[in-house]
Design a protein around this ligand. Sequence first.
Ligand code: FAD
Length: 143
Amino acid sequence: MKSQLTQLVYYSKVVNSAEIDYENLLATAIRRNKETYLTGALWLHGDYFIQVLEGSRLHVSETYQRICGDPRHEDIVLVGCKTVDERSFADWWMALVMTTPKKQAEILRYSGTPVLDPEFMPHDSLVALMRSEEFIAPHMQEG
Ligand code: FAD
């Protein structure tokens, strides 16, 4: 049975940012996502993690639940979860989104102020903002 292609967006607050090994976090995410054909993007913006997960409904659910139990973040808020026709991050097991000056300027396109507050951003705007390809740090998929 084919599982519906699903896209989930959440944001959360980083816990003890200075103690997090971000390289290790990303490497684990990529390794695990590859096993279940999940793709997506992760943005560390100020105190927030903002993440897009996409893939089968089952694997998006399982992975999101695992991520929710991770002590490296808290106050996890689900922005949206919906069936989609195609992936927004098909080329990345987990793209790392950087806050560059250009990206900072791009925030105003989707927001009332230049300060990004994910609480006031709808699902599609967050995905569009994260997706602007020129702002995504290249992270090549292996294999
Ligand atoms: P294990 O690696 O065996 O870890 C066991 C427990 O310890 C889990 O509760 C885990 O959350 C926690 N843990 C693991 N490493 C650390 C550490 N260095 N410091 C503190 N606690 C730790 N996983 C994915 O598969 N895909 C993703 O896209 C993904 N994105 C993530 C985004 C964020 C913002 C965060 C915080 C985590 C993300 N993870 C992701 C990691 C995920 O939470 C699990 O740690 C990972 O999937 C490994 O799960 P595991 O069952 O093998 O647990």
